[in-house]
Design a protein around this ligand. Structure first.
Ligand code: AMP
Ligand code: DBH
Length: 548
């Protein structure tokens, strides 16, 4: 017998049998699937508006019709159930239609952010063994067809490219069609529905396999905690492919509830405020710097924002003073959200005391979320003490896709995910994020691996050595700073930034600041770890700045 699948690494996300039994018995995993619930909504809420974006307004029936057309078209083009498809689309209705279509055809979306460039997209494609790429002709002035051409040159297995808009030599999403009777039945609810991407704390992003059962549970339960029902209007202001606006409760939560999803073309008040007023948006999720910007702009706008009931803030730490400003500026209920694409999501509850809402990052969704706060040796610390956060539960993964080394590092023997975050747990169960144990930069919610950027800078002929470090930043929360020991000839900072950009990386990964140093002066004898070195450089930089 031959294996028809071209993939060498099967998609899998498995929990031990006793956990499966427990999560089912508790009613978390109900055997629902994406195509299953979308079909049901198309029937039960047929004429309700599902998605609004640009000039498009689709009802639930129309969204499902689009999904079925595209799904049948993709199969007619030669894709087969199980194939992975890298999707890189912005906040346009087609993003949702394409993703629903992939689910319908049992194709597996791999989510890239619009900011990603060739290096990242090629990595996702290789790691997932994808055979197709979906992009828009253009989004925010960038022409993704150029990227598609480079991608096909770089990754020979990338056989298909589908484009929203003018497809040039590729296949247009609009023209896709095919026989509906070729569409498969509904998938196994325990199977992997898609691959989400991690922010990448070390090196390149990892792929996160999420199942129908586990992900649907996470947003169904989120709906209850975020006040989402059929009357809600949920705005996607952050990139729709990010796990936060996708699932906490995100547009999937909203679609599950039969609510309306409004896609804002940009995250700023200019784009979002008119849409909030027009569509009577009730809930939106933002990262802290944007929340501050919105709070400031709300005082000056002529747009009516009175429909907003819940403003969610997450992705990076919202410090209490900023939280107060957000509440004062927007006047609606604040909800802090501390989540990760790997699973665990914490919310402050809508009826929590103000103090908890302002000073904590919430508590886990589920009574079956097991959260451990441990010291460096893995021993639990007392409530109120800072320790490493480990998590296990009905929507937290047990392993990354196709990455044994990361799995050995990131999971304990008994299946806890090492989040890399340092937290304090209060007796109420609420968590206060205190920083993290890994060296990534959280730049306004976008995570950047120090290691990944160091690698790219080290490839520059005039860089002798480099350490990339996070520096506190008033606006971004954190910015990236590269400490560079130059070679014989000192390059200009702009040259180094252009170098990183030229390596085909997302713009948010370009170092915000470059500081040249003669040596990584250290009193330590012998070799010190990169981690220690980064910490020393950060401390020295901040001390010098304070002394100025
Ligand atoms: P990712 O793995 O890319 O999905 O990023 C998840 C990480 O973002 C978490 O592990 C935290 O480090 C960070 N994060 C998310 N939400 C918050 C928050 N509300 N406060 C502090 N850090 C956060
Ligand atoms: O930062 C994140 O990854 C994140 C933040 C809030 C997330 O994945 C989520 C909520 O689900």
């Amino acid at each position: 017998m031959t294996d028809a699948s071209p993939h060498t690494v099967p998609l899998r996300q498995t929990w031990p049998d006793d956990f499966v039994a427990r999560y089912r018995a508790a009613g978390h995993w109900r055997g629902e699937t994406f195509p299953g619930f979308l079909r049901t909504r198309a029937r039960d809420c047929a004429d309700a508006v599902a998605v609004v974006g640009g000039d498009t307004r689709w009802t639930y029936a129309q969204l499902w019709a689009q999904a079925e057309r595209i799904a049948a078209g993709l199969l007619a083009q030669g894709l087969a159930p199980g194939d992975r498809v890298v999707v890189q689309l912005g906040n346009i209705p087609e993003f949702i239609a394409v993703v629903c279509a992939l689910f319908r055809a049992q194709l597996v979306p791999v989510y890239a952010l619009p900011a990603h460039r060739l290096t990242e997209v090629a990595h996702f494609a290789r790691k997932s063994e994808a055979s197709a790429y979906v992009c828009a002709e253009r989004y925010e002035t960038f022409d993704y067809r150029t990227l598609a051409r480079d991608l096909q040159a770089d990754v020979p297995a990338m056989h298909h490219v589908f484009v929203v808009g003018d497809a040039a030599e590729f296949v247009s999403i609009d023209t896709l069609d095919g026989p509906r009777d070729a569409l498969p039945g509904d998938p196994d609810p325990q199977s992997v529905a898609f691959l989400q991407i991690s922010g990448g704390s070390t090196g390149l992003s990892k792929l996160i396999p999420r199942t129908h059962d586990d992900y649907i549970y996470s947003f169904r339960a989120s709906n209850d905690l975020c006040g989402i029902d059929a009357d809600s209007v949920y705005m996607v202001a952050l990139p729709a492919a990010h796990n936060f606006p996708m699932s906490s409760p995100g547009f999937f939560g909203a679609l599950y509830a039969g609510a309306r999803v409004v896609l804002s073309p940009g995250p700023g008040p200019d784009a979002a405020f008119p849409l909030i007023a027009r569509e009577r948006v009730t809930c939106v999720g933002l990262v802290p710097p944007l929340a501050l910007l919105w709070a400031d702009a709300a005082g000056k706008t002529t747009h009516d924002l009175s429909s907003l009931q819940v403003l969610q803030v997450g992705g990076a730490k919202l410090v209490p003073e900023a939280a107060r400003r957000v509440v004062a500026g927007l006047g609606c209920r604040l909800q802090q959200v501390f989540g990760m694409a790997e699973g665990l999501v914490n919310y402050t509850r809508l009826d929590d005391a103000d103090d908890l809402v302002l000073t904590t990052q919430g508590r886990p969704i589920s009574a079956d979320d097991e959260v451990l706060v441990v010291d460096d040796h893995g021993a639990p610390v007392a409530d109120g003490e800072v320790g490493h956060l480990l998590a296990r539960g009905p929507y937290t993964i047990r392993g990354y896709h196709n990455d044994d080394a990361a799995n050995a590092r990131s999971f304990t023997d008994d299946g806890f995910y090492r989040t890399g975050d340092m937290v304090q747990r209060l007796s109420s169960g609420h968590l206060v994020v205190q920083g993290r144990a890994t060296d990534h930069i959280n730049r306004a919610g976008e995570k950047i691996s120090a290691e990944e950027i160091e690698d790219h800078l080290l490839a520059h002929p005039q860089v002798f050595d480099v350490a990339v470090v996070s520096i506190p930043d008033e606006f971004l929360g954190e910015r990236s700073c590269a400490f560079v020991i130059p070679g014989d000839e000192k390059p200009r900072p702009a040259e180094l930034k252009a170098w990183v950009r030229g390596r085909g990386l997302a713009a948010f990964k370009v170092p915000d600041q470059i500081v040249f140093v003669d040596a990584f002066g250290t009193t330590a004898v012998g070799k010190i770890s990169r981690r220690e070195l980064r910490a020393q450089l950060r401390a020295r930089f901040l001390a010098e700045r304070q002394a100025e």
